[in-house]
Design a protein around this ligand. Structure first.
Ligand SMILES: Nc1ncnc2c1ncn2[C@@H]1O[C@H](COP(=O)(O)OP(=O)(O)O)[C@@H](O)[C@H]1O
Ligand SMILES: [Mg+2]
Length: 298
């Protein structure tokens, strides 16, 4: 359906929540297509929010179709761990019913991270399920799992940098069961540190964190791997770590891509990942400063 022929919703009839969701999705698409933002914004000017979203989704789809075919399936995406009993049920039983036995660990804009609260054997396994269809240039779940497998392999090769990536165990994409099972990462996302105002231990060295993360993205970028979404929700800090454990983990390959350096251009260039990392660490520095000031005032 072309955006012009799409039904014109009366914006007033939308709930605040629905309108917020639409605006969130509009922002998201524009953010994903930053170099085209001005052009696309002028194209949707004057349309109602639902029609703006329709139009943008259309533009994003056309752009996506012009890009290399999907899904991407990595040769590294193998079942690397015995499928835990309860999760295996997903293949045989009703997805909803089985998911009902899980608890949410956290959620992002696109996915929920679930675990079985009392299961011994899969204690360290979490399941990512998508709560909405991938939009813009996001990967579908199978591609996301594939990129995760590749990024995990890169992290294993560069263990000296002490940046971890959750190991993917398997990916299921049956009609009513789509999930990635992966290692549960110890620690907390930068986003949750900020949102929940968690204390940032004095010993947690931000300069070292920045250095390690930048070195890590430097190496993956040099290999042609681009994460493209290194925001606060996708960097997890290991605040109570043992010396042998990584300082931080990088999660969420929903936007990742292999791009040989000769093909780099436009919105993804060879600095995107490092620019985003610097922003994340800068946010943490400001957060720590504010925390210290509040403490001194006490
Ligand atoms: N392997 C993991 N172990 C523990 N927590 C995780 C793991 N992966 C993600 N999370 C948490 O769940 C949140 C949402 O996951 P994410 O994959 O980023 O979803 P989205 O695609 O919606 O952004 C993250 O911000 C992080 O706090
Ligand atoms: Mg995320």
């Amino acid at each position: 359906m072309s955006p012009e022929s799409a039904p014109k919703f009366a914006v007033e009839s939308l709930s605040t929540e629905a309108l917020e969701d639409i605006n969130h999705r509009i922002d998201f698409i524009l953010e994903q297509h930053e170099p085209l933002r001005d052009k696309w914004e002028s194209l949707i000017e004057g349309l109602t929010p639902p029609n703006q979203l329709n139009r943008l989704e259309d533009l994003a789809r056309k752009r996506r179709e012009a890009l290399p075919p999907r899904p991407y399936i990595s040769e590294k995406l193998l079942i690397t761990k015995e499928v835990p009993e309860k999760a295996r049920l997903l293949f045989e039983k009703n997805f909803q019913e089985v998911i009902a036995g899980t608890q949410e660990v956290d959620r992002g804009y696109n996915g929920r991270i679930m675990e079985y609260p009392d299961a011994e054997d899969d204690k360290k396994v979490v399941y990512k399920i998508l709560i909405r269809h991938p939009i813009g240039e996001q990967n579908d779940l199978l591609s996301e799992a594939s990129y995760l497998a590749d990024l995990y392999a890169l992290s294993q090769k560069n263990k000296d940098l002490r940046i971890g990536v959750p190991q993917p165990f398997y990916c299921a994409t049956l009609t009513n069961a789509r999930l990635i099972a992966m290692q549960k990462v110890p620690g907390v996302s930068v986003e949750n540190v900020l949102k929940q105002k968690l204390p940032l231990p004095k010993e947690y060295d931000l300069a070292l964190l920045e250095e390690s993360l930048l070195a890590f993205v430097g190496r993956i970028n040099a290999a042609g791997f681009h994460h493209n979404d290194l925001r606060v929700g996708n960097v997890m800090l290991n605040l109570e770590r043992e010396d042998s454990e990584p300082l931080a983990h990088i999660v969420d390959t929903g936007n990742a891509k292999w791009i040989p350096s000769s093909k780099l251009k436009g919105e993804i260039d060879n600095t995107t990942d490092s620019v985003m990392i610097k922003k994340v660490v800068e946010t943490l520095r400001l957060y720590r400063e504010r925390q210290q000031t509040t403490e001194e005032q006490k």
